[in-house]
Design a protein around this ligand. Structure first.
Ligand SMILES: Nc1ncnc2c1ncn2[C@@H]1O[C@H](COP(=O)(O)OP(=O)(O)OP(=O)(O)O)[C@@H](O)[C@H]1O
Ligand SMILES: [Mg+2]
Length: 508
């Protein structure tokens, strides 16, 4: 505290020298700059919400990450656009228009999940991916299937909440700053100065000048705060003792089923415990901004909006759906549970209400995308009712050597780019020449053919084998600043393994 007052006195003299207008202007500039940045960020968020991509734009976006598979891209693009179209239609007809649920059929590792994942990011809609096979466990059947919708709703709420918190960010930052200033500089009168002024006969104006003094100091502090000059100072703030260890409360299974968390219930009834915590100003600012943002958000409206968004725009991706399809059999055993899962899925896919902790959520217009390799079973092995709810079927192609070359190099997150970036962190420039890349693709295709076709995943295993030594020896042994991977090197490293089928079965 002592050094704060000292700094203060020094600054006061400085300030007296400068013209008041200057400082004010400076602050204004900073303020407008800050607002501008915030505005830009806010714009981009709401923009992406409003801006609905046309089908061809959606495909173009998907093209950035996924090579080929044009039919699949087309169908998902149409399905996505249709939800926007549906939104524009008058109420009575709108209710009638059901989503075009899709089944993606194709061998493993050709981009089925990847398409769904990218689609979710594009659509800015609540998206959940589940493995159908997870629901086969007998005993869980029936219960867990509804949890899909519950989780989707949770995601929706989180999503809307984080959007809202961006909206209130600026205000929260301002309030947090005020609170920080209150902590750093409790609004008290400075006795000595008061006394001085009193003896000088300023009694009438004293109050006013006190206020002004407080204000000036506060602004001075604000400036220091914003310059980060106080970042390392330790202060004490009240935090609610949320993380306090509490007995795990187990409710009866039924409650858990509803997504009701007893612990949540209890903690909302019990008085909030506060405790003091020491932290640096920098940490405190982050903490307080979060706390203020939390207070500013109206959870009721967040939940309302989230439920609408889940109902109208939610996407459920059911992976491995072929695992729950099997030739119809009358026998007991796992088939029973498979069909059981299908029957459980049916009401959700068909449209029903699911109770979540945020209220009822209807699933009529949720878009379902299922995917499966369908090696053993066929889509027609699904129960007819379920087949009917997935009217669109798209086949994805196996990937060829040419595709592999493109997958290695073209997508924004292409594997080669990833490795280049990893080694760049060690200041090493990793370069693949064209022939080297073709060789990698060729080997991948070969191994896929000879051992097992795992699609583009093969590239991961091959590259990690190829680059293992380099990744291990950097930076200790490798002193070169540039490493070129060419055809010879790829062959040296991999030919023996590829030739030996037993070896490649284990390594690649
Ligand atoms: N067409 C493609 N273009 C670019 N990358 C691809 C493509 N296909 C697959 N990949 C890459 O291969 C990996 C596996 O793909 P993905 O998860 O989509 O397989 P999948 O088709 O869902 O297989 P599975 O049936 O086993 O679930 C991902 O990392 C993905 O980036
Ligand atoms: Mg998959």
């Amino acid at each position: 505290m002592k050094d704060i007052t000292m700094e203060l006195n020094e600054e006061k003299t400085e300030e007296e020298g400068s013209t008041p207008g200057q400082n004010g202007d400076d602050d204004m500039n900073k303020e407008t700059k800050k607002t501008k940045v915030k505005k830009d960020r806010k714009l981009s968020v709401s923009d992406s919400l409003k801006k609905e991509l046309t089908p061809s734009q959606i495909v173009a976006e998907l093209d950035k990450y996924i090579i080929g598979q044009d039919n699949a891209k087309k169908s998902v693009a149409i399905a996505l656009r249709n939800r926007w179209r549906r939104k524009q239609i008058p109420d009575n007809l709108r209710e009638e228009i059901m989503p075009n649920n899709i089944i993606l059929i194709g061998p493993t590792g050709v981009g089925k999940t990847e398409i769904a994942r990218r689609l979710a990011r594009l659509s800015n809609a609540p998206f959940i991916k589940v493995e159908a096979s997870k629901f086969t466990e007998v005993g869980y059947v029936g219960r867990d299937v509804e949890s899909i919708v519950r989780e989707l709703t949770d995601l929706g709420v989180t999503m809307v909440k984080s959007e809202k918190s961006i909206e209130v960010q600026k205000k929260a930052e301002f309030l947090a700053e005020e609170r920080l200033l209150d902590i750093l500089l409790p609004p008290v009168k400075k006795k000595t100065e008061d006394a001085n002024q009193a003896t000088l006969g300023f009694t009438a104006a004293q109050n006013e000048s006190d206020k002004e003094e407080n204000f000036k100091t506060r602004e001075k502090f604000r400036e220091m705060l914003n310059k980060g000059e106080m970042d390392e100072r330790i202060i004490e703030i009240d935090v609610s003792a949320d993380g306090m260890p509490m007995m795990q409360v187990m409710g009866p299974i039924g409650l858990d089923d509803l997504g009701v968390n007893l612990q949540d219930l209890f903690s909302s009834v019990m008085p909030k415990k506060m405790k003091k915590r020491k932290m640096t100003v920098k940490e405190a600012r982050v903490f307080l901004v979060q706390e203020e943002a939390h207070k500013l958000i109206d959870m009721d409206s967040v939940i309302k909006e989230a439920i609408v968004r889940v109902q109208e725009f939610g996407i459920v991706f059911i992976d491995e759906i072929d695992k729950i399809a099997g030739p119809h059999s009358k026998s007991q055993g796992p088939d029973v549970s498979r069909e059981g899962v299908q029957r459980d899925l049916l009401p959700i896919v068909e449209g029903s209400s699911v109770t979540t902790k945020y209220g009822m959520v209807r699933t009529d217009h949720v878009l379902f995308i299922a995917s499966g390799a369908f090696h053993v079973s066929k889509p027609s092995d699904l129960i007819p009712e379920l087949q009917g709810r997935f009217p669109i079927r798209v086949e994805l192609n196996s990937l060829t050597e040419d595709d592999f070359v493109k997958i290695l190099t073209q997508p924004q997150n292409a594997l080669l780019k990833q490795y280049e970036a990893l080694l760049k962190a060690e200041s090493i420039e990793l370069e693949f020449d064209d022939e080297g890349i073709v060789e990698i693709a060729k080997i991948a295709a070969e191994v896929n053919e000879q051992v097992e076709n795992i699609g583009a995943r093969r590239l991961h295993t091959i590259l990690s084998t190829l680059l293992e030594d380099i990744l291990f020896d950097t930076p200790d042994k490798i002193k070169e600043k540039k490493i070129l991977i060419n055809k010879n090197m790829v062959q040296d490293k991999l030919k023996d393994i590829v030739k030996n089928r037993d070896l490649s079965r284990y390594i690649l």
